[in-house]
Design a protein around this ligand. Structure first.
Ligand SMILES: [Ca+2]
Length: 393
């Protein structure tokens, strides 16, 4: 993540938002980039209704929460960059794990640390984290073993750790983790960043870096070999802090936020039919052609074209992190993502063809990294030292 600049404070604001369908029910609108150097492109609104949006602090935390999920009984689990995992139940917070104690090699420098958390049926808990040992850096996807009280007693790696291509790199780690049920089977998805350097590993199918990986929940790559090499779902990824499952124009798939390079942050959609062989372009798309209308995505043979690309110049990046693509109730009708740079929520409204028609920014200085859909249908985001609930009204 570039430009680590925490939002100055949590601000509870009232905002207006438009309502439309996630799959796209609004008429297509041509995006009109903003001239502001720190505002994402904004098009004329196609509002069909308005509501009020507000944020409230759900709980204070010790560090930066990187991931939030819920147990089947409604208990909220919060993973912090420092390695601690907390549960919030009936207003009480207690610690269920300190991964830094269980894994002394945990590397929390730069963008590293405990980075992903997802709950699968069982319940089974999956996490991702980064380590450093012997001067080398690694990315891990692991399952947490629990005792009878629900506390973590061991961290069990699933695939072998993925070595970082640049051992001195402190960024582009891996990354967000989510679980999806598919035809009654459980799959865990994990994004691993390119690990720094020239990004060439993202196009190398023999390396785990720069990939979206898909495993069965027992740790097998797409039901085949128990290795990350057999688990590549998408490649050509640079540095992602968020993805979610939804549809676009009637096709199921995965929405993903991507950082950079430079101003050209991306919102990508990976159609499920392309899974296993989806190329998001990095680093071949390093040099976007740019003009006054913004960054124009280039499309190489077989690449998936970005659904949206941010600004024209360095400084116009939004640094996207968490994303929710399937909100319900008053929040439905948009994709929601966090801009780390602004600490703000971004709403993406799709046109009938699934194109990004409207982008708006809400609640500046509020959210930083995680953004998830709660069991109550509301959004939850994280910022340094807190978890917030976002609701209409
Ligand atoms: Ca790309």
């Amino acid at each position: 993540m570039r430009g680590l600049r925490p939002p100055a404070r949590a601000v509870i604001m009232l905002v207006a938002l438009t309502l439309a369908a996630c799959g796209g029910s609004s008429p297509p609108v041509t995006p009109t980039p903003s001239s502001s150097p720190r505002t994402p492109p904004v098009a004329s609104a196609t509002a069909t209704a308005f509501a009020v949006l507000s944020a409230r602090v759900v709980t204070q935390t010790h560090d930066l929460p990187t991931a939030i999920d819920w147990l089947p009984d409604g208990t909220m689990l919060i993973a912090e960059k420092s390695g601690q995992v907390w549960r919030l139940r009936d207003g009480q917070v207690d610690q269920v794990a300190d991964v830094a104690q269980l894994v002394p090699e945990l590397d929390t420098s730069g963008e590293g640390g405990l980075l992903g958390l997802a709950v699968a049926p069982g319940p089974r808990l999956f996490v991702s984290y980064s380590t450093r040992s012997g001067g080398r850096g690694f990315e891990h996807l692991a399952r947490l073993a629990l005792d009878g009280a629900g506390r973590v007693i061991a961290v069990q790696d699933l695939p072998p750790a993925i070595p970082r291509p640049v051992d001195t790199a402190r960024h582009h780690h891996g990354g967000p983790v989510h679980v999806r049920a598919e035809r009654g089977a459980c799959f865990v998805y994990w994004i691993v960043g390119d690990g720094g350097g020239d990004g060439s590993v993202a196009q190398d199918l023999g390396r785990g870096n720069g990939k979206l990986l898909r495993f069965t929940c027992d740790g097998h790559g797409a039901g085949r070999a128990a290795s990350w090499q057999e688990a590549v779902w998408a490649y050509g990824i640079r540095n992602s802090f968020g993805f979610d499952f939804c549809e676009r124009a009637g096709v199921s798939g995965i929405w993903e936020t991507e950082n950079g390079q430079a101003c050209c942050d991306e919102l990508n959609f990976i159609p499920d039919p392309d899974g296993g062989d989806a190329n998001l372009g990095w680093p071949l798309d390093r040099d976007y052609p740019r003009d006054d209308s913004g960054c124009t995505d280039v499309r190489g043979p077989g690449w998936i074209r970005a659904a949206w690309v941010s600004g024209t110049h360095v400084g116009e990046e939004v640094v996207p992190t968490g994303i929710v693509a399937r909100p319900a109730g008053g929040l439905a009708g948009h994709l929601w993502a966090v801009s780390y740079r602004e600490g703000a929520l971004l709403s993406f409204t799709l046109g009938q063809g699934g194109e990004v028609a409207v982008v708006k920014q809400y609640l500046p200085h509020t959210c930083q990294v995680a953004l998830v859909l709660g069991p109550d249908g509301l959004l939850y985001c994280s910022a340094q030292g807190r978890v917030l609930q976002i609701r209409p009204g």
